[in-house]
Design a protein around this ligand. Structure first.
Ligand SMILES: Nc1nc2c(ncn2[C@@H]2O[C@H](COP(=O)(O)OP(=O)(O)OP(=O)(O)O)[C@@H](O)[C@H]2O)c(=O)[nH]1
Ligand SMILES: [Mg+2]
Length: 299
Protein backbone atom coordinates (compact mmCIF):
# COMPACT_ATOMS: atom_id res chain seq x y z
CA UNK A 1 0.00 0.00 0.00
CA UNK A 2 1.30 3.47 -0.80
CA UNK A 3 1.27 6.28 1.73
CA UNK A 4 -0.41 9.53 0.75
CA UNK A 5 0.09 13.03 2.10
CA UNK A 6 -0.59 16.67 1.41
CA UNK A 7 -0.83 20.18 2.80
CA UNK A 8 -4.19 21.91 3.10
CA UNK A 9 -4.68 25.58 4.06
CA UNK A 10 -7.88 26.82 5.70
CA UNK A 11 -8.54 30.38 4.51
CA UNK A 12 -11.34 32.86 4.91
CA UNK A 13 -12.55 36.03 6.61
CA UNK A 14 -12.28 36.33 10.40
CA UNK A 15 -14.81 34.49 12.56
CA UNK A 16 -16.06 32.04 9.92
CA UNK A 17 -15.03 28.98 11.98
CA UNK A 18 -11.61 27.99 10.61
CA UNK A 19 -10.13 27.16 13.99
CA UNK A 20 -13.28 25.42 15.15
CA UNK A 21 -12.98 23.20 12.08
CA UNK A 22 -9.32 22.43 12.73
CA UNK A 23 -10.02 21.49 16.34
CA UNK A 24 -12.95 19.31 15.36
CA UNK A 25 -10.80 17.39 12.88
CA UNK A 26 -8.00 16.98 15.41
CA UNK A 27 -10.34 16.05 18.25
CA UNK A 28 -8.61 18.50 20.56
CA UNK A 29 -7.95 22.19 20.96
CA UNK A 30 -4.89 23.25 18.98
CA UNK A 31 -6.10 26.65 17.81
CA UNK A 32 -7.97 28.96 20.14
CA UNK A 33 -11.51 30.03 19.25
CA UNK A 34 -13.74 32.95 20.15
CA UNK A 35 -16.67 34.95 18.90
CA UNK A 36 -14.34 37.96 18.39
CA UNK A 37 -12.97 38.61 14.91
CA UNK A 38 -9.21 38.08 14.41
CA UNK A 39 -8.75 35.48 17.08
CA UNK A 40 -6.04 33.53 15.27
CA UNK A 41 -2.82 35.50 14.67
CA UNK A 42 -0.32 32.88 13.49
CA UNK A 43 -0.43 30.02 11.05
CA UNK A 44 -1.01 26.82 13.02
CA UNK A 45 -0.61 23.29 11.74
CA UNK A 46 -2.96 20.51 12.67
CA UNK A 47 -1.29 17.28 11.59
CA UNK A 48 -3.86 14.59 10.88
CA UNK A 49 -2.29 11.15 10.52
CA UNK A 50 -3.81 7.72 9.88
CA UNK A 51 -2.08 4.51 8.84
CA UNK A 52 -2.49 5.37 5.17
CA UNK A 53 -2.29 9.12 4.98
CA UNK A 54 -1.12 12.39 6.52
CA UNK A 55 -3.04 15.60 5.93
CA UNK A 56 -1.27 18.68 7.24
CA UNK A 57 -3.92 21.34 7.81
CA UNK A 58 -2.78 24.94 8.19
CA UNK A 59 -5.17 27.16 10.10
CA UNK A 60 -4.63 30.82 9.23
CA UNK A 61 -5.55 34.26 10.59
CA UNK A 62 -8.81 35.62 9.18
CA UNK A 63 -8.16 37.78 6.12
CA UNK A 64 -9.23 41.38 6.72
CA UNK A 65 -8.21 44.93 5.84
CA UNK A 66 -5.22 45.47 8.15
CA UNK A 67 -5.05 48.62 10.27
CA UNK A 68 -1.88 47.81 12.21
CA UNK A 69 1.49 46.17 11.61
CA UNK A 70 0.12 43.15 13.47
CA UNK A 71 -2.76 43.05 10.96
CA UNK A 72 -0.27 43.18 8.09
CA UNK A 73 1.60 40.25 9.61
CA UNK A 74 -1.61 38.26 10.04
CA UNK A 75 -2.91 38.78 6.52
CA UNK A 76 0.50 38.14 4.96
CA UNK A 77 0.91 34.91 6.89
CA UNK A 78 -2.53 33.76 5.75
CA UNK A 79 -1.76 34.46 2.09
CA UNK A 80 1.74 32.97 2.37
CA UNK A 81 0.12 29.52 2.69
CA UNK A 82 -0.99 29.77 -0.95
CA UNK A 83 2.62 29.06 -1.91
CA UNK A 84 2.89 26.10 0.45
CA UNK A 85 -0.16 23.92 0.01
CA UNK A 86 -1.69 21.41 -2.39
CA UNK A 87 -5.29 22.40 -1.68
CA UNK A 88 -7.09 25.38 -0.16
CA UNK A 89 -10.25 25.15 1.89
CA UNK A 90 -11.96 28.52 1.38
CA UNK A 91 -14.35 28.82 4.29
CA UNK A 92 -17.40 31.06 4.21
CA UNK A 93 -20.30 31.26 6.65
CA UNK A 94 -23.73 30.04 5.50
CA UNK A 95 -25.47 32.82 7.39
CA UNK A 96 -23.78 35.92 5.92
CA UNK A 97 -24.01 37.10 2.33
CA UNK A 98 -20.82 37.32 0.25
CA UNK A 99 -19.09 40.63 0.81
CA UNK A 100 -16.11 42.66 -0.37
CA UNK A 101 -13.86 40.71 1.97
CA UNK A 102 -14.76 37.45 0.26
CA UNK A 103 -14.33 38.97 -3.21
CA UNK A 104 -10.85 40.16 -2.31
CA UNK A 105 -9.90 36.64 -1.21
CA UNK A 106 -11.45 35.10 -4.32
CA UNK A 107 -9.24 37.31 -6.53
CA UNK A 108 -6.13 36.04 -4.73
CA UNK A 109 -7.31 32.44 -4.95
CA UNK A 110 -7.87 32.73 -8.70
CA UNK A 111 -4.35 34.11 -9.15
CA UNK A 112 -2.78 31.38 -7.00
CA UNK A 113 -3.86 28.51 -9.23
CA UNK A 114 -4.24 26.05 -6.36
CA UNK A 115 -7.29 23.77 -6.26
CA UNK A 116 -9.88 25.37 -3.99
CA UNK A 117 -12.68 23.62 -2.13
CA UNK A 118 -15.47 25.94 -0.97
CA UNK A 119 -16.48 25.05 2.57
CA UNK A 120 -19.78 26.61 3.61
CA UNK A 121 -19.72 26.49 7.40
CA UNK A 122 -22.34 27.07 10.11
CA UNK A 123 -25.11 25.26 8.22
CA UNK A 124 -26.75 24.70 11.60
CA UNK A 125 -27.64 28.40 11.56
CA UNK A 126 -29.62 28.56 8.31
CA UNK A 127 -32.63 27.15 6.50
CA UNK A 128 -31.66 24.81 3.62
CA UNK A 129 -33.04 27.32 1.08
CA UNK A 130 -30.62 29.97 2.31
CA UNK A 131 -27.77 27.48 2.07
CA UNK A 132 -28.62 26.68 -1.54
CA UNK A 133 -28.77 30.37 -2.43
CA UNK A 134 -25.37 30.90 -0.78
CA UNK A 135 -23.82 28.00 -2.70
CA UNK A 136 -25.32 29.26 -5.95
CA UNK A 137 -23.91 32.72 -5.43
CA UNK A 138 -20.37 31.55 -4.64
CA UNK A 139 -20.40 28.98 -7.44
CA UNK A 140 -20.69 31.84 -9.93
CA UNK A 141 -17.58 33.62 -8.64
CA UNK A 142 -14.95 31.01 -9.45
CA UNK A 143 -14.36 27.34 -10.26
CA UNK A 144 -14.29 25.30 -7.10
CA UNK A 145 -13.00 21.74 -7.07
CA UNK A 146 -15.86 20.87 -4.70
CA UNK A 147 -18.42 22.64 -2.57
CA UNK A 148 -18.98 21.15 0.88
CA UNK A 149 -21.48 22.49 3.42
CA UNK A 150 -20.55 21.69 7.02
CA UNK A 151 -21.09 22.60 10.63
CA UNK A 152 -17.68 22.74 12.28
CA UNK A 153 -19.34 23.26 15.64
CA UNK A 154 -21.60 20.22 15.48
CA UNK A 155 -19.43 18.16 13.15
CA UNK A 156 -21.98 17.68 10.36
CA UNK A 157 -20.38 16.57 7.10
CA UNK A 158 -16.81 17.09 8.36
CA UNK A 159 -15.97 13.44 7.69
CA UNK A 160 -17.22 13.80 4.11
CA UNK A 161 -14.83 16.71 3.64
CA UNK A 162 -11.97 14.62 5.02
CA UNK A 163 -12.91 11.82 2.60
CA UNK A 164 -12.81 14.23 -0.34
CA UNK A 165 -9.39 15.49 0.74
CA UNK A 166 -8.16 11.91 1.18
CA UNK A 167 -9.34 10.94 -2.28
CA UNK A 168 -7.44 13.87 -3.77
CA UNK A 169 -4.18 13.22 -1.93
CA UNK A 170 -1.16 12.16 -3.93
CA UNK A 171 1.41 9.58 -2.97
CA UNK A 172 3.86 11.23 -0.60
CA UNK A 173 6.03 11.17 2.52
CA UNK A 174 4.86 11.10 6.07
CA UNK A 175 6.31 14.53 6.86
CA UNK A 176 5.79 14.40 10.62
CA UNK A 177 5.85 11.60 13.20
CA UNK A 178 2.41 10.06 13.74
CA UNK A 179 2.15 11.42 17.29
CA UNK A 180 2.98 15.03 16.37
CA UNK A 181 -0.17 17.13 16.19
CA UNK A 182 1.13 20.64 15.55
CA UNK A 183 4.23 22.62 14.57
CA UNK A 184 4.19 25.00 17.53
CA UNK A 185 5.90 24.31 20.86
CA UNK A 186 3.90 23.81 24.06
CA UNK A 187 4.79 27.31 25.23
CA UNK A 188 2.94 28.78 22.28
CA UNK A 189 -0.18 26.73 22.99
CA UNK A 190 -0.02 27.74 26.66
CA UNK A 191 0.16 31.44 25.80
CA UNK A 192 -2.68 31.06 23.33
CA UNK A 193 -4.93 29.41 25.89
CA UNK A 194 -4.44 32.35 28.21
CA UNK A 195 -5.17 34.76 25.36
CA UNK A 196 -8.32 32.80 24.52
CA UNK A 197 -9.70 33.41 28.00
CA UNK A 198 -8.99 37.13 27.70
CA UNK A 199 -10.81 37.15 24.36
CA UNK A 200 -13.77 35.31 25.80
CA UNK A 201 -14.05 37.51 28.88
CA UNK A 202 -13.44 40.99 27.45
CA UNK A 203 -14.93 43.23 24.78
CA UNK A 204 -14.29 45.96 22.23
CA UNK A 205 -10.64 46.96 21.83
CA UNK A 206 -9.24 44.73 24.55
CA UNK A 207 -9.25 41.43 22.65
CA UNK A 208 -7.25 43.08 19.88
CA UNK A 209 -4.84 44.83 22.24
CA UNK A 210 -3.69 41.78 24.15
CA UNK A 211 -0.64 39.59 23.66
CA UNK A 212 0.55 36.89 26.04
CA UNK A 213 4.20 36.06 26.65
CA UNK A 214 5.41 33.04 28.62
CA UNK A 215 8.32 34.24 30.77
CA UNK A 216 9.16 30.83 32.19
CA UNK A 217 7.81 27.32 32.38
CA UNK A 218 9.49 24.71 34.54
CA UNK A 219 8.66 21.96 37.01
CA UNK A 220 8.69 22.96 40.65
CA UNK A 221 10.53 20.11 42.38
CA UNK A 222 8.77 20.79 45.68
CA UNK A 223 5.15 20.69 44.51
CA UNK A 224 5.69 18.56 41.41
CA UNK A 225 3.61 21.05 39.42
CA UNK A 226 4.73 22.88 36.30
CA UNK A 227 5.20 26.49 37.29
CA UNK A 228 4.20 28.83 34.46
CA UNK A 229 4.85 32.55 34.62
CA UNK A 230 3.00 34.53 31.96
CA UNK A 231 2.67 38.21 31.17
CA UNK A 232 -0.43 39.64 29.55
CA UNK A 233 0.57 42.65 27.45
CA UNK A 234 -1.91 45.45 26.86
CA UNK A 235 -1.63 48.79 25.09
CA UNK A 236 -2.97 51.23 27.68
CA UNK A 237 -3.18 51.72 31.45
CA UNK A 238 -7.00 51.64 31.32
CA UNK A 239 -6.82 48.20 29.69
CA UNK A 240 -4.51 46.99 32.41
CA UNK A 241 -7.15 47.97 34.96
CA UNK A 242 -9.83 46.03 33.13
CA UNK A 243 -7.70 42.90 32.78
CA UNK A 244 -6.90 42.94 36.49
CA UNK A 245 -10.49 43.77 37.48
CA UNK A 246 -11.90 44.69 40.88
CA UNK A 247 -9.53 43.36 43.54
CA UNK A 248 -7.93 41.20 40.85
CA UNK A 249 -11.16 39.35 40.09
CA UNK A 250 -10.81 39.37 36.29
CA UNK A 251 -7.22 38.20 36.31
CA UNK A 252 -8.20 35.43 38.71
CA UNK A 253 -11.00 34.31 36.38
CA UNK A 254 -8.68 34.35 33.35
CA UNK A 255 -6.12 32.35 35.30
CA UNK A 256 -8.44 29.66 36.58
CA UNK A 257 -10.15 29.09 33.21
CA UNK A 258 -6.80 28.99 31.42
CA UNK A 259 -5.33 26.63 34.01
CA UNK A 260 -8.06 24.08 33.33
CA UNK A 261 -7.37 24.06 29.58
CA UNK A 262 -3.59 24.03 30.00
CA UNK A 263 -3.72 21.11 32.44
CA UNK A 264 -5.91 19.19 30.02
CA UNK A 265 -3.46 19.84 27.20
CA UNK A 266 -0.28 19.06 29.15
CA UNK A 267 -1.83 16.21 31.11
CA UNK A 268 -0.09 17.64 34.14
CA UNK A 269 -0.83 19.89 37.12
CA UNK A 270 0.29 23.48 36.75
CA UNK A 271 0.72 26.56 38.88
CA UNK A 272 -0.10 29.61 36.78
CA UNK A 273 1.25 33.00 37.73
CA UNK A 274 -0.01 35.90 35.59
CA UNK A 275 1.19 39.48 35.34
CA UNK A 276 -0.14 42.41 33.32
CA UNK A 277 2.11 44.92 31.59
CA UNK A 278 1.49 47.98 29.40
CA UNK A 279 3.40 48.21 26.11
CA UNK A 280 2.12 51.32 24.35
CA UNK A 281 0.99 50.67 20.77
CA UNK A 282 2.83 47.37 20.56
CA UNK A 283 0.73 46.33 17.56
CA UNK A 284 2.55 48.88 15.44
CA UNK A 285 6.08 48.29 16.78
CA UNK A 286 8.27 45.86 14.91
CA UNK A 287 10.42 44.91 17.88
CA UNK A 288 7.46 44.27 20.16
CA UNK A 289 5.75 42.24 17.47
CA UNK A 290 8.81 40.04 17.12
CA UNK A 291 9.10 39.67 20.92
CA UNK A 292 5.48 38.58 21.16
CA UNK A 293 5.73 35.91 18.46
CA UNK A 294 4.52 37.84 15.43
CA UNK A 295 7.71 37.64 13.50
CA UNK A 296 7.95 37.87 9.75
CA UNK A 297 10.65 35.22 9.75
CA UNK A 298 7.98 32.76 10.81
CA UNK A 299 6.40 32.63 7.40
N1 LIG B 1 -23.38 28.01 14.92
C1 LIG B 1 -22.12 27.76 14.56
N2 LIG B 1 -21.12 28.50 15.06
C2 LIG B 1 -19.86 28.19 14.67
C3 LIG B 1 -19.55 27.14 13.77
N3 LIG B 1 -18.23 27.12 13.58
C4 LIG B 1 -17.71 28.09 14.35
N4 LIG B 1 -18.68 28.75 15.00
C5 LIG B 1 -18.53 29.89 15.93
O1 LIG B 1 -17.97 30.98 15.21
C6 LIG B 1 -17.10 31.75 16.06
C7 LIG B 1 -15.74 31.89 15.42
O2 LIG B 1 -15.09 30.64 15.40
P1 LIG B 1 -13.51 30.52 15.14
O3 LIG B 1 -13.23 29.07 14.90
O4 LIG B 1 -12.76 31.22 16.21
O5 LIG B 1 -13.39 31.32 13.77
P2 LIG B 1 -12.08 31.64 12.89
O6 LIG B 1 -12.49 31.60 11.46
O7 LIG B 1 -10.96 30.76 13.29
O8 LIG B 1 -11.80 33.15 13.31
P3 LIG B 1 -10.41 34.00 13.22
O9 LIG B 1 -9.36 33.22 13.94
O10 LIG B 1 -10.75 35.28 13.90
O11 LIG B 1 -10.11 34.19 11.77
C8 LIG B 1 -17.06 31.01 17.39
O12 LIG B 1 -17.95 31.65 18.27
C9 LIG B 1 -17.53 29.61 17.03
O13 LIG B 1 -18.16 28.93 18.10
C10 LIG B 1 -20.66 26.35 13.27
O14 LIG B 1 -20.52 25.42 12.49
N5 LIG B 1 -21.90 26.72 13.70
MG1 LIG C 1 -9.12 31.18 14.07
Amino acid sequence: MTFKSGFVAILGRPNVGKSTFLNHVMGQKIAIMSDKAQTTRNKIMGIYTTDKEQIVFIDTPGIHKPKTALGDFMVESAYSTLREVDTVLFMVPADEARGKGDDMIIERLKAAKVPVILVVNKIDKVHPDQLLAQIDDFRQQMDFQEIVPISALQGNNVSRLIDILSDNLEEGFQYFPADQITDHPERFLVSEMIREKVLQLTREEIPHSVAVVIDSMKRDEETGKIHIRATIMVERDSQKGIIIGKKGSMLKKIGSLARRDIELMLGDKIFLETWVKVKKNWRDKKLDLADFGYNRKEY
